[in-house]
Design a protein. Structure first.
Length: 438
């Protein structure tokens, strides 16, 4: 499951609180117009007279009026609920749809018009208002007067929506876009050093002396987190150095006494001495594996080299053939179309040796051990169990040798599969390039 980005979280929260603010402002606008009828009525008169003013024209130096087509249903006839009269300052009537009602709704036509006037036709919750304003001053003043006595077309609602859009939605949307853009840019800029640090974390090796994350240009809170990560890396590096020192010290300090003890036991002609020799050989093998483990832990910092799987595996088979045959088993080699790959040759050889030696120790007498390379960048060690049930340890109980192989696979980002079946044991290493874990 993918985690949401910090930018996405911030943007969603800003959008959420901006939506709450817009709802609160919408409630404020609604309350303002609900409690102040005159403001809503004034805007209605201004909006309607402005729309009707599109029909005023000048013909031979005289003002004329033609009802705009989109307003004919509303002002084209009587009894529509909307009354209109268009006149000049001299008292000439240019248009009217209220032959009998104009005198009760509008001032007398011979009265010099004001620039703007308004009055309530009938007080109450259902707004009924009349008013007018001069829309043209040249060549002569022209006043458009309207009255809304039955708002069938929802003019008042349209005015309210228009005011909400102009005074709330538009400015707040612009502000929201600006704020979100500025927030995204600011957060992205602030997180840039964090993203760079995250990329470096994937490449850090605790064994390197410079395994530290930079804290420059980071916000204080994130810098503190980065410093904590650096401290953890330092503790891990110190622990690994101590572990490597302990492993190396054990292998070097124990190897010499073991060699001396083996030389002395060879001088004793007693079956019990041979048993002790076997135990010393097992202990010596463990010391060699500890030495290999210390070498493995130091290897990832080395430069990768081109490895020819067939040549490397052939050399390992040649070197270990005597060991295999003395153990009463056989070994063979097959190239299944191997291809070169990049890696640490000493470690890959070590892994293959461990797998062969593991098969020699655990496969029953008479077993055939096959070393195969390919197809691709793969190496496999297979034993047939000598025709019997395999005696190798189960995958859930891997010894130190197989753990070393697993560690070498991790260093190379390779796949290591170890399976135990009725017909024997198969161990396979696949060094095909894979995406490194992030």
């Amino acid at each position: 499951m993918s985690r949401p980005s910090l930018v996405g979280l911030v943007v969603r929260r800003i959008a959420f609180f901006a939506a709450l603010a817009m709802l609160a402002q919408l409630a404020g606008v609604f309350w303002e117009y609900w409690s102040d009828d005159q403001t809503l009525e004034r805007y209605a008169i201004e909006m309607e007279t402005e729309a009707l003013a599109q029909g005023v024209s000048v013909d031979n130096g005289r003002a004329a009026f033609h009802l705009p087509p989109d307003l004919r249903d509303r002002y084209g006839g009587a009894n529509s609920g909307y009354v209109v009269r268009v006149r000049t300052a001299a008292g000439a009537q240019l248009y009217s749809n209220c032959p009998g009602a104009c005198e009760t709704l509008f001032p007398p036509i011979d009265v010099t018009p004001l620039m703007f006037w308004m009055r309530q036709v009938k007080p109450g919750e259902k707004l009924e208002v009349g008013g007018g304003r001069v829309v043209v001053e040249q060549p002569e003043p022209v006043m458009i007067e309207i009255a809304i006595v039955d708002d069938r077309d929802g003019v008042m609602a349209r005015v309210f929506r228009h005011e909400v859009y102009d005074h709330m939605l538009l400015p707040m949307s612009l502000m929201l876009v600006f704020v979100l853009g500025a927030t995204i840019f600011s957060v992205a800029q602030s997180l840039r050093p964090v993203q760079e640090a995250a990329r470096k974390v994937a490449r850090l090796d605790p064994r390197a002396e410079t395994a530290q994350l930079p804290t420059a240009d980071m916000p204080r809170e994130i810098a503190e987190f980065t410093q904590a990560v650096n401290a953890a890396f330092s503790r891990a590096a110190e622990l690994m150095r101590s572990q490597k020192l302990l492993t190396s010290a054990i292998s070097h300090e124990v190897r010499t006494p073991l060699a001396v003890a083996r030389l002395e036991l060879e001088k004793i002609a007693d079956p019990r001495a041979r048993k002790v020799e076997e135990d010393l050989n097992a202990l010596n093998h463990l010391v060699e594996q500890l030495t290999d483990l210390a070498r493995v832990e130091a290897a990832p910092l080395a430069v990768l080299e081109k490895i020819e799987p067939a040549a490397l595996a052939g050399q390992v088979v040649s070197d270990l053939a005597d060991l295999v045959y003395r153990a009463g088993k056989s070994i063979s080699f097959a190239d299944r179309g191997a291809t070169p790959f990049l890696g640490h040759p000493a470690l890959v050889e070590n892994a293959l040796r461990n797998l062969v030696e593991n098969a020699v120790r655990h496969a029953p007498a008479g077993a055939e051990i096959r070393v195969e390379v390919g197809p691709g960048a793969a190496l496999a060690v297979i034993d047939d169990g000598g025709g019997k049930s395999p005696t190798g340890q189960p995958a859930s109980g891997r010894g130190l040798g197989l753990q070393i192989v697993g560690r070498i696979a991790e260093i190379h980002h390779a796949a290591f599969d170890w399976t135990r079946k009725e017909t024997g044991v198969t161990a396979r290493l696949d060094f095909a390039p894979k995406r490194k874990p992030t």
